[in-house]
Design a binder for this molecule. Structure first.
Ligand code: GAP
Length: 463
């Protein structure tokens, strides 16, 4: 596989209609990205794949779609208002602004994350290791101060403290505050999980690396409630489940690694946390966080709301607050790892020795924006029949129709956007109803009836 730089990927995705810079005709908005016709399909397919494996097909789990705006007290109880902050530092010389922990992470190429270090420890590390300003090279920083990442706004017409609301910085709290509702209405016994997909917002100090760290993003979170004392088994279970899921959707396994948090890095309420990291062109970065969160969140909400959030265990007839294991991942980060894993430029040598290149997005068929492309060999002779066949295919799965340019160019176009199968409609189709099915990866062709071609592609969409 040929490596692609981040810049090349950004330009490829814009060119092909996957991701555009946000508000571009007005000069853009820093760190905002819009998903184009192909990007939205790919993103939706990733979300559907997660929902299928973590909610629909998993008999232990159910789903939820909670509101983004929540009562301010939720964020007081969860600790976000008090302590959801990053260590902000400025370079005194060039006035660039950084997250102190990220300076260390970049300096050590991801080997030391700075997570869990106090402001004093961060300051000391910067000094001792000569971590200079990446912009001007000076080693002259301000004191580190805390910067709260929550976006604040007002609900209603009066802009006073009483009407303050926050855009949620994670979807998880919507699940915790609904724990009782869900347990009562589903009559679930422990263990069970609640999955949710939705937008989250963080006023990141240093967003960047394209869609890796943005201020508006989507999360796919599962809060798995279990009996205290069983959480380590479930932690191991979800840690592996997440890894296997990534491999099943085509993420390059050789670029994945687990990073277990050391004791000093763990949040005070967590007894185990692992990040699944992916090797991006700029180094390893967190893709998926799996945390055993003990009974912290439900306990906090019980104390602040005054509502009983305990669970009555039918086997022991005792009441307790369940423990929680949480696998949490960003949709955009998953999309980025899928794209870095799938992008390939293949060199082919023809019989006369000519070398040509073809760009192939080797997406898993389940994730590909289009599953098939219907292409009439010659528009004039085969166009009408091809349109009929396109309608038939499109009733079964997402299909695109293309009749412009020569067939070779059309194949290349589909290879580049990841369409796994091209259906060529020619004289044989008119004569006996068969089509040629071309495989994106091998470029091999087979002749099938329309019905068999649909069945064949459908069989490849399962994962
Ligand atoms: N409820 C736990 C939680 O939110 P987190 O580690 O802060 O944990 C979970 O976030 C995941 O959300 C991360 O592993 C990452 O995939 C994604 N994520 C977090 N901040 C993000 C950002 N600013 N931009 C894109 N994705 C982000």
């Amino acid at each position: 596989m040929q490596k692609i730089t981040l810049e090349e990927l950004v330009s490829f995705l814009k060119e092909q209609g996957f991701v555009f810079p946000g508000s571009e005709i007005y000069g853009g908005l820093a760190n905002a990205w819009d998903y184009g016709p192909l990007g939205v399909e790919l993103k939706n397919n990733i979300k559907q794949a997660w929902w299928k494996k973590f909610v629909k097909q998993n008999k232990l789990n159910v789903g939820l779609d909670a509101a983004i705006l929540m009562n301010k007290e939720v964020w007081v109880a969860s600790g976000h208002i008090g302590s959801f902050s990053d260590p902000l530092v400025d370079c005194k010389k060039c006035h660039s602004r950084f997250r102190a922990d990220k300076l260390i992470e970049d300096f050590t190429h991801g080997e030391i994350t700075g997570d869990g270090m106090s402001n004093e420890e961060l300051t000391q590390y910067l000094k001792d290791n000569n971590v200079v300003c990446p912009v001007c090279g000076a080693l002259d920083y301000t004191d580190i101060r805390k910067f709260n990442l929550m976006f604040k706004t007002f609900q209603g017409v009066v802009e006073d403290a009483k009407n303050e609301v926050y855009l949620r910085p994670e979807t998880a709290q919507g699940i915790f505050v609904n724990f009782k509702n869900i347990q009562r209405t589903t009559r679930r016994k422990l263990p069970f999980g609640v999955g949710q997909i939705g937008k989250s917002f963080r006023n990141e100090i240093t967003p960047g690396n394209f869609i890796f760290r943005t201020r508006e993003f989507e999360q796919m979170e599962l809060e798995f409630f279990c009996v205290p004392g069983t959480e380590m088994d479930w932690f191991k279970h979800w840690r592996k489940y997440c890894w296997d899921f990534l491999v099943s959707i085509g993420v390059d396994e050789s670029k994945l690694r687990y990073r277990d948090h050391e004791a000093k890095e763990l949040s005070f309420y967590s007894n185990a946390t692992t990040d699944i990291e992916f090797e991006f062109p700029w180094g390893f970065g967190e893709l998926w966080g799996i945390a055993s969160r003990t009974s912290y969140d439900l306990t906090q909400h019980q104390e602040h709301s005054g509502k009983d959030l305990t669970y009555l265990d039918p086997e022991t007839n005792t009441r307790y607050i369940p423990y929680v294991v949480e696998p949490s991942v960003g949709v955009e980060r998953m999309l980025l790892t899928v794209l870095f894993s799938a992008y390939d430029v293949e060199k082919n040598t023809s019989e006369d020795g000519k070398v040509s290149e073809r760009t192939v997005l080797r997406l898993s068929p389940a994730l590909a924006p289009y599953k098939a492309a219907v292409l009439p060999l010659i528009k004039k002779s085969h166009g009408e029949k091809a349109e009929e066949i396109f309608d038939e295919f499109n009733r079964h799965f997402s299909t695109v129709y293309d009749e412009t340019a020569n067939i070779g160019k059309r194949y290349r176009r589909q290879d580049a956007i990841g369409t796994p199968y091209c259906i060529c409609v020619d004289d044989n189709t008119i004569a006996n109803g068969t089509v040629t099915v071309r495989d994106r990866d091998t470029m091999e062709q087979q002749t099938l009836s329309v019905e068999d071609a649909i069945k064949f592609i459908e069989s490849k969409l399962e994962f």
